[in-house]
Design a protein around this ligand. Sequence first.
Ligand code: 5GP
Ligand code: ZN
Length: 114
Amino acid sequence: MSCIFCKIVEGSIPSTKVYENEHVLAFRDIQPAAPVHILIIPKKHIATMNDVEPDDRGLIGDLHIAAQEIAKQEGVFESGYRLINNCGADSGQVVFHIHYHLLAGEKLGALNAK
Ligand code: 5GP
Ligand code: ZN
């Protein structure tokens, strides 16, 4: 398995974990773009948002529940946070294991398509 995030799930690549349950793992981004920058992933390998299937409905919900919990842990539940999924080449997706970026900890800039 060459997927870097699957290796993080297995533990063969280290990460700074902030949240884990049976189906979900979250860890700090190695190149943070905000004071809080956490990646939230399913333990199951799904390459992109386009590969989500109806049976994954619960799992995608689990990622959102995890995001709430992490926001509480990080102290940004009230101040606010942004969840981003990049899907495919034009979005800038570089790791092809589906993930949400949770960004917070400062006033984030307006969303910008460029
Ligand atoms: P994408 O552009 O695919 O949405 O984002 C991938 C993210 O994964 C990037 O923000 C990048 O910094 C992060 N990343 C890539 N490799 C690693 C790694 O080995 N460990 C951690 N913690 N983050 C990584
Ligand atoms: Zn994977």
